[in-house]
Design a protein around this ligand. Structure first.
Ligand SMILES: [Zn+2]
Length: 218
């Protein structure tokens, strides 16, 4: 766009600010909330309620929840880290989860470089701050795995086998109770592989917690 075009565009936006859009579906909305009413209602119906089984989870991985995570992966909506962190901290508090440190299932280095940051690290830091706990990296992803979504349950297990090792630079003590965060839990293959890596390094107390879980797990 020419400089003049840019200038008139900026003036137009100033005079007629674009209507805010829902961060989950992109629909225009009238309220100050960051999501539209339809999405907010649907998120509410997908909330995991009552006492939980492992892993701890905020939402069922379905409908608008699934869509938002998917859209985020393909960079069509803004970063979900803050939203995920608020919901996860709120849920862990309501379930009265006690721990010493908040950690996360990391991305592989190449993926982190491509994206510029590790979303779950951001989530872990925000959840830790919210709960008054330290956040720490405990794992390293040493194998570049394929996207789990396209694989069968058995292939998922193979795909993430030996994908993680304990980060030898971690300062987390072996006695610590660790909350281990990930975004989605479906067959549990990734979370199991990550937990196993910590257990074989001597960490016995790992509490898995996720933003979204498939209905079959609860
Ligand atoms: Zn919406």
């Amino acid at each position: 766009m020419s400089r003049l075009g840019w200038f008139f565009g900026a003036v137009y936006d100033f005079l007629f600010p674009p209507l805010p859009v829902c961060r989950f579906c992109g629909a225009r909305k009238e309220t100050a909330e960051s999501e539209c009413e339809a999405c907010r209602d649907e998120w509410a119906t997908l909330k995991v309620k009552g006492k939980q089984k492992k892993p701890y989870a905020c939402f069922y991985y379905d409908g608008v929840v699934k869509k938002a995570i998917w859209e985020y992966k393909y960079s069509r909506i803004e970063d979900l880290a803050d939203f995920m962190a608020e919901r996860i901290a709120e849920m862990l508090k309501s379930q009265k989860v006690k721990a010493d440190v908040v950690s996360f299932v990391p991305l592989h280095r190449t993926k982190r470089k491509k994206r510029g940051f590790d979303q779950m690290q951001k989530v872990a830091e925000a959840v830790a701050a919210e709960m008054g706990l330290p956040a720490a990296r405990t794992l390293k992803r040493v194998k570049r795995t394929r996207t789990q979504a396209k694989l069968t349950a058995e292939n998922r297990k193979q795909n993430v086998k030996n994908a993680f090792v304990c980060d030898k630079n971690t300062k987390v003590s072996k006695e610590s109770v660790i909350i281990l965060l990930d975004d989605v839990y479906t067959t549990g293959a990734t979370m199991s592989a990550a937990t196993e890596a910590l257990k074989s390094a001597g960490y016995a107390k790992v509490i898995p917690a996720v933003f979204a879980t498939s209905k079959a797990n609860q």
